[in-house]
Each structure stands twice: as C-alpha cells, then as structure tokens.
Design a protein around this ligand. Sequence first.
Ligand code: NI
Length: 178
Amino acid sequence: MIREIAELGHPALRAAVEGVAWPLSGEDRGLADDLLETMLGANGVGIAAPQVGASRSIFVVASRPNPRYPDAPSMEPLVVINPEIVERSGEIARGWEGCLSIPGLRGIVPRHRRIVARFRTVGGEQVEREFVDFVARIFQHEDDHLRGLVFLDRLESSRDLVTEKEYLARFSPPAGDR
Ligand code: NI
C-alpha cells in the first residue's frame, strides 16, 4: 500500500524512533512492504519509516537510475532494520541530495564516503555490510531520518541549497555522464 509522505513540519520527521522487536510483527512487515511501494511510487532511492509517520527503526535503500537520479547505481532494494553505523571513513564527500519529505529543494551535503553498518534484514538475519559513495550517502541520509534529522541539518551553508528547477537546469548531469 502506498502511504502518504510526511513533509517538513510533520512532527514524525523530528521524533526519535523505537527499535524493532524480533520476530517481526505483521505490522512492521507491512510497514517495510509499504515503504518499498511508497518509495518506488515516488521515484525515490530511499525512504525511512518516519517519512510515512511511523516512528520505527526501519528504512529502505534502493539506489537505481531514475528520473530524479539518472546516473545512480543499480542495486536490489534493501530493507534495513535497527541499523547502527559502526565505522565511518575519515574521507568526506560532498554530493547532491534531495528528500521526498522536502519537495522542490536540493542541497550539497557532506557525508562519509565509506561506512560499515550493522543491521537486521527483513528476514531477520543480522548482517554487517560496507557501503561506499552514492549508496553510503543514501544510507546515512536514511539513518539520519531515524534520529529526527533531515539533510537540511547537514548543510555547511544555506548557500548550498537550490530549488529542484535550478538543480535540473544547472547541476544535473545527463544520464550516463558523470
Ligand atoms: Ni529523506
């Protein structure tokens, strides 16, 4: 089921989440399915539970080329539950981000270029995985949502913020061109 996306100003975006208990409840499994469906419907590459008003420690990372990010790498959508980032590279990369909860804006956000995260998959498996570059960026963006943070909170300057219209006209590379 596609759920309504909460936008900046909705209190759920600023609330702390609760950890998810195991075995996964029907409600949490339904939430994971709905997050995936809602994200795909909105052409996103990630979405977190607070963005649909649910204060639960779940998000989806699903990098793929799409109209909003034409040169994003492809991956199987990954449901991430109760994540913890256990390693962060010293190397910081600045890159463009947008957010389904903040329509019409893009900003240049500094993120760790490489992270290692521990989390549970939707099947219950406890895993530790490394992510780099764009996928690491999505992971950190979604992880922030679980802490009541949005990308605006990570900007170095409000001058790094542009509208989507100007972003597409001036800063978005054509598909396949990096
Ligand atoms: Ni977001």
